[in-house]
Write a protein that binds this ligand. Structure first.
Ligand SMILES: Cc1cc2nc3c(=O)[nH]c(=O)nc-3n(C[C@H](O)[C@H](O)[C@H](O)COP(=O)(O)OP(=O)(O)OC[C@H]3O[C@@H](n4cnc5c(N)ncnc54)[C@H](O)[C@@H]3O)c2cc1C
Length: 462
């Protein structure tokens, strides 16, 4: 027997549940399907647990530095079982809260199992068959496991299996020097592990400007985190209990011995086992579902939201996808993905807050631009907190005076970036912030000062 609905939502990540709630409230009969943990990546293996652990790592870091602040912390240690228990409790509260919300929602039926398209309007969940004129795909992604020689001989970890770690790895080898790898790398170093980060490229977080990458590397170096760049030929072998990572790079030792390996080399969408061919949904390179500016797929009546559409890789972009679809379907409001300004944070400590274009991207456009930069050593609040690593930087269009992009790598950078982001959304000139009176002492109070010291930005070659 086929159960008929007005809408089916596949996945309970960061877009699906809110969309199910809006549709159900609008009077539609909704089915939502989850094959694993309610809340998906962010709640169970991504943002929430990692930021919870980053907080534990920060506590350890500050205790270690206590004497600098005139505080005698005495004997202390990190109890990894309690670190994990704290993380599990915070994560579980989100997961169970979401599950209960969905299961008690009027007009909404929850199915637990793997959803698969049987036709453009039919989905199977195990033996059950569901049909609806509207289907919303919110299946997220998972860690890429690259083909590296010898990887099958070693037990490796991903961001998901890291969630079960309740012990201190003696030496954690992190493969991948980007957002996920750096967050785990710094956190485990602060817990007390030796950490080596292997990065195939010539610098860390290559999506960022070179000065940002260099400052991040400096922050990690100060905590004695080993970073091996240009590790183009990574392979593994076992020497008894020891895992040997072969880097064979131009410089540095050809082999690094460690106790555990974390793979953090990117994510892939969960679209390979969804039966998309039966639905006539077009998939692009790397498995991302092709969507238009309002998140419609190639098949009428099917939308794709969140990480699986390749338009964003963040919780806030997935949630914004929900807002776009709901606005178009229910509010007669033609919101679009292209209205969105790229923004995100990297949660090493101090964090990196980012908005809009990088300086390199602005240079590539060849437009006349101005740049302002300020080291965090010249930000009173950072100095007072004893956290003066990093810098802030902003790039503006010389003609229109609109802000093109900014990076704040420094204490509070993940929050302070929003004063810049909001002015960008307002499409106001940078002088709006420059003339604003910000609160003293904050990181944000130096943004107007930085904007008063703009210099011409050299072109692509300069
Ligand atoms: C380590 C790590 C740290 C991160 N930190 C941050 C951060 O600080 N800030 C930030 O913004 N983003 C962060 N992210 C990214 C963020 O977690 C994702 O962008 C976000 O969770 C994407 O949400 P989503 O709704 O697209 O999918 P997901 O949250 O992945 O949810 C998809 C759901 O669909 C289910 N599903 C998949 N296939 C099927 C199927 N066939 N049938 C039924 N159910 C299915 C899955 O089980 C899952 O529950 C992090 C990611 C990682 C890995």
């Amino acid at each position: 027997m086929t159960a008929a609905y007005d809408a089916i939502v596949i996945g309970t990540g960061q877009a699906g549940p809110s969309l199910a709630a809006r549709l159900a409230k609008a009077g539609m009969k909704v089915a939502i399907v989850e094959r694993k943990l309610f809340g998906g990546t962010c709640v169970n293996t991504g943002c929430i647990p990692t930021k919870t652990m980053v907080a534990s790592a920060y506590a350890a870091h500050m205790v270690r530095r206590a004497a600098e602040f005139g505080v005698d912390a005495g004997g202390w240690s990190v109890d990894m079982q309690r670190v994990k228990a704290r993380k599990d409790a915070i994560s579980a509260k989100s997961r169970t809260g979401l599950e209960a919300w969905l299961k008690n929602m009027d007009n909404c039926t929850v199915y637990e199992g793997h959803a698969r398209f049987e036709s453009p309007h039919d989905v199977s969940v195990g033996p059950q068959r569901l049909t609806a004129p509207r289907i919303f795909i919110n299946v997220g992604g998972r860690a890429v496991v690259p083909q590296m020689p010898g990887l099958d001989q070693v037990a490796y970890l991903t961001n998901s299996s890291m969630m079960s770690v309740d012990f201190l790895p003696r030496h954690l080898i992190v493969v991948g020097g980007s957002y996920v790898g750096l967050e785990f790398g710094q956190m485990f170093r602060r817990f007390g592990s030796q950490v080596t980060i292997l990065e195939m490229g010539p610098r860390l977080v290559q999506r960022e400007d070179e000065d940002v990458s260099a400052a991040i590397q400096q922050i990690l170096a100060e905590e004695e985190i080993a970073v091996r760049l240009n590790a183009k030929c990574i392979g593994f072998s076992r020497h008894g209990e020891e895992i040997m990572a072969h880097a064979e790079c131009a410089d540095g030792a050809p082999e690094i011995g460690g106790s555990h390996v974390l793979l953090a080399v990117g994510r892939r969408p969960n679209t390979d086992d969804l039966g998309l061919e039966a639905a006539g949904v077009t998939v692009e390179g790397h498995g991302y579902i092709a969507v238009d500016d309002q998140l419609r797929t190639s098949a009428p009546g099917i939308w794709a939201l969140g990480d699986c559409n390749g338009k964003g890789a963040f919780t806030h972009t997935a949630y914004n996808d929900f807002e776009i679809v709901a606005a178009n379907l229910l509010d007669n409001d033609p919101r679009r993905v292209s209205d969105r300004i790229p923004a995100y944070a990297l949660y090493i400590d101090p964090p990196l807050g980012r908005a809009g274009m990088t300086e390199a991207e602005v240079r590539q456009t060849g437009r006349a631009a101005l740049v302002g930069k300020r080291p965090m050593t010249k930000v009173g609040r950072a100095v007072e907190k004893g956290e003066s690593q990093g810098f802030m930087k902003i790039v503006v269009d010389a003609q229109s005076k609109k802000i093109l992009g900014a990076a704040i790598l420094g204490t509070g950078g993940d929050e302070a970036i929003h004063s810049i982001l909001d002015v960008m959304y307002a499409k106001a000139p940078y002088t709006t912030i420059q003339r604003a009176v910000h609160i003293h002492p904050t990181v944000s109070e130096l943004i107007p000062t930085m904007l008063g010291e703009l210099q011409p930005l050299a072109g692509p070659g300069g």
